[in-house]
Design a protein around this ligand. Structure first.
Ligand SMILES: Cc1cc2nc3c(=O)[nH]c(=O)nc-3n(C[C@H](O)[C@H](O)[C@H](O)COP(=O)(O)O)c2cc1C
Length: 196
């Protein structure tokens, strides 16, 4: 059964030499091989404003340049985010993107009569977070408790109803060379093929 996949490249650098871009490309190849339907968002290629005021978040609209991205988030059955770990978490540009897109009216709704929990609007979707980093992946997970990714999973994705959220960590990106990277690219192709 073909699945609708949204692949978000969350790297602020549009340079084609970035590992995250190669990983995303392999995932996209796998999606095609598996006969699934792909939409791609490259946040480095979109010019969008940073959210500055709570009023804009609560009552404003999605900025024009992000309207199709917000629509793609709602369209997708499975969302895949690929980004580098920067200072222990996602790059600020990806957070800025999520603040604009995962907003009331798109991703959740405030309770009508004031009290109570917000209503999730993206329930039924799953996600995968693919993160590259300089340190060993196990070190990030056990010493730093994977806090940046856990925050993204719980505070953002689970909050709007997206679960399960799977994680793929690629650590020690600077060592191991082409052989290691080749294995990772094949891993991404296989994930894409099974829409995982
Ligand atoms: C601003 C910045 C902050 C970084 N912070 C971390 C970090 O906190 N932990 C870590 O393991 N690696 C860190 N790194 C290394 C990146 O995670 C690594 O360069 C990246 O994953 C490589 O993927 P890319 O080729 O797609 O950029 C940082 C790199 C930059 C540029």
């Amino acid at each position: 059964m073909p699945r609708r996949i949204l692949l978000v490249i969350g790297h602020p650098d549009p340079g084609p030499q970035r590992l995250c871009r190669a990983l995303a490309k392999s995932y996209a190849e796998g999606v095609e091989r598996g006969g699934h339907i792909l939409r791609l968002i490259d946040i480095a290629a979109i010019d969008f404003p940073v959210l500055r005021r709570a009023e804009d978040f609560e009552h404003g609209a999605v900025p024009e340049s992000l309207k199709s991205a917000a629509e793609a988030v709602v369209w997708a059955e499975h969302l895949v985010f690929v980004f580098p770990l920067w200072l222990g978490t996602m790059p600020a540009l990806l957070k800025a993107f999520l603040e604009q897109v995962m907003r009331p009216g798109v991703a959740f709704a405030y309770p009508e009569k004031g009290g109570g929990f917000p209503k999730t609007l993206l329930a039924g979707r799953s996600a995968r977070v693919v993160v590259t980093m300089g340190m060993p992946g196990l070190f990030y997970r056990f010493w730093f408790l994977g806090h940046g990714i856990a925050g993204m999973r719980r505070n953002i994705l689970n909050f709007v109803g997206i679960k399960p959220v799977h994680e793929t960590l690629f650590g020690m990106v600077g060592s191991g060379g082409d052989k290691k990277h080749g294995k990772w690219l094949e891993q991404m192709r296989r994930l894409g093929e099974r829409a995982g």
